[in-house]
Design a protein around this ligand. Structure first.
Ligand code: UD1
Ligand code: MG
Length: 467
């Protein structure tokens, strides 16, 4: 027989001091709740019921398929939340086991939960809780034991006296309950405690009072840690970051300093990728073999092709093909595509632009809504004037075009294959293939000017100097 699962995710997360519901705070690019649900689903429960409340719409929207949800309209504590969840499961076999897990323990793994479920069954307990020892147990419920070491009850920090507070065995917050007793025990909970809430933890004492068997399974203190504030959230994020980096290193990715790379859960890296410090890869970014990324690259929703080098750069929803060069100090905004061997060099910004095979935009340029043909070379200081304050217009640059330095390409405009533009031109008309577009005033040199100018200056200021 399998078990049912209830995940408690309705709390506000007051200690986060944030408008985002606690369980939606992200870790490695996904809400902390998703990490918890992964661990729960790994135990293959028959059904999983997520209790939502605070920020319900947003929490529900992000739920993975295969889980159910119910709403705890007002949050009257973990006991109340469990009751709402259990009722939402409807008529269930009283002999079934109910795994209850908090939604704010993002380091939780399947192994810990499976051990809990297995032990509960082996020992035929009424309630089995998860216990761990902490050097600093502040904030956690303490497990109080009888002299014979059996569990007596759980006392919350705020209800504990000085002696109880010194206990460093804590309630990790994951339990398995026998369904038949669970419904009755939840109905019997009271709110006569420091927080005026229904404490799920009080079910433990009720079971002991009724002479039923209560078990406690030891768990790793890190794995079960809660993320109730931003300091704990950062700890949990660091844990996942290290784990993800380790997995990629085992898969053949070289990291100069794994402590300084930040890889989201859905990023894909090939063996033979090198990551320098300061690399942040988010939202499904993919990096192909032989690519060298960093130092200091932020990439989101982007691809980096085999053998490319990207450093000191920002890539958003962009595709960098194989053997490309990006940076230092390049910004590829959404819709940028670099074809094989293309370059976007120093202080170059692209947006919705394709840089063709082997084409180069080496320095100080803005290319927006542009198509750059293969082999083209864009001179330093070139700008596509793609926006007139109302609408955006395209610039088409043919293959093997040479755009002279400091050209303004006033869109819409097309530069034909193999054409050139003269440096400093403001190009407002199309340039035919193979033609040279010149659009600047003609140079005139005024001979002897400097000497005459200096002489005039001196005579005008001679009185000042005499003073
Ligand atoms: C709880 C335990 C504590 C344990 C700790 C482990 C209780 C009373 N205390 O404390 O013994 O050491 O977890 O991390 O259970 N929630 C709801 N509805 C509510 C209240 C809470 O869904 O009305 C959810 C929260 O969203 C959260 C989880 O239940 O995901 C735990 O609630 P939280 O307030 O974090 O409890 P702790 O104070 O951490
Ligand atoms: Mg908590």
């Amino acid at each position: 027989m399998s078990h049912l699962a209830i995940v408690l995710a309705a709390g506000k997360g007051t200690r986060m001091k944030s408008t985002l519901p606690k369980v939606l705070h992200p870790i490695a690019g996904r809400p902390m709740l998703d990490w918890v649900l992964d661990a729960v689903q790994g135990t293959a429960p028959d059904r999983t019921m997520v209790v939502v409340g605070h920020g319900a719409d947003d929490v529900i929207e992000g739920l993975p398929s295969g889980v159910e949800w119910c709403i705890q309209e007002e949050q009257h504590g973990t006991g109340h939340a469990a009751q709402v969840g259990l009722r939402a499961l409807g008529d269930i076999d009283p002999a079934s086991d109910v795994l209850v897990v908090p939604g704010d323990t993002p380091m939780l793994d399947t192994e810990t939960l499976q051990t809990l479920v297995d032990r509960h069954r082996e020992e035929a307990a009424s309630v089995t809780l998860t216990s761990t020892f902490l050097d600093d147990p502040t904030g956690y419920g303490r497990i109080v034991r009888e002299s014979d070491e059996t569990v007596r009850h759980v006392v919350e920090e705020r209800d504990a006296n000085q002696v109880t507070r010194r206990i460093n065995e804590v309630n990790a917050g994951m339990y398995v309950f026998n369904a038949g007793f669970f419904a009755r025990d939840l109905d019997a909970l009271e709110t006569d405690n420091a927080q005026g809430e229904y404490y799920l933890t009080d079910v433990v004492g009720l079971a002991v009072d009724a002479g039923r068997k209560v078990g406690a399974v030891p768990a790793d203190s890190r794995t079960i840690a809660g993320a109730n504030d931003h300091a704990q959230l950062a700890d949990a994020a660091a844990h996942h970051r290290r784990r993800i980096a380790n997995e990629w290193m085992m898969a053949g990715v070289r990291m100069i300093d794994p402590e300084r790379v930040y890889i989201d859960h859905d990023v894909e890296l090939a063996a033979g990728v090198t990551l320098y410090p300061g690399v942040v890869l988010e939202a499904g970014t993919k990096v192909a073999s032989g690519a060298v990324v960093g130092p200091d690259v932020y990439a989101s929703g982007s691809e980096i092709g085999a053998g490319s080098r990207v450093w000191y750069a920002v890539l958003r929803d962009s595709v960098v093909g194989p053997e490309c060069n990006v940076g230092p100090y390049a910004s590829l905004r959404p819709g940028s595509v670099m074809e094989a061997g293309a370059k976007a060099g120093t202080f170059v910004e692209t947006k919705n632009t394709t840089v063709g095979e082997g084409a180069k935009v080496p320095h100080l340029a803005y290319m927006g809504d542009a198509t750059i043909g293969p082999g083209a070379n864009i001179g330093a200081g070139t700008i596509t004037c793609n926006y007139d304050g109302f609408a955006k217009y395209p610039t088409v640059i043919g293959s093997d075009v040479f755009i002279g330095s400091d050209t303004m390409l006033v869109a819409p405009v097309t530069i034909g294959d193999g054409a050139m533009t003269a440096a400093g031109s403001v190009i407002t008309q199309d340039v035919e293939p193979g033609a040279m577009g010149v659009a600047r005033s003609k140079q005139r040199n005024i001979l002897g000017f400097v000497q005459r100018f200096a002489a005039r200056y001196r005579s005008d200021h001679s009185e000042d100097e005499a003073r």
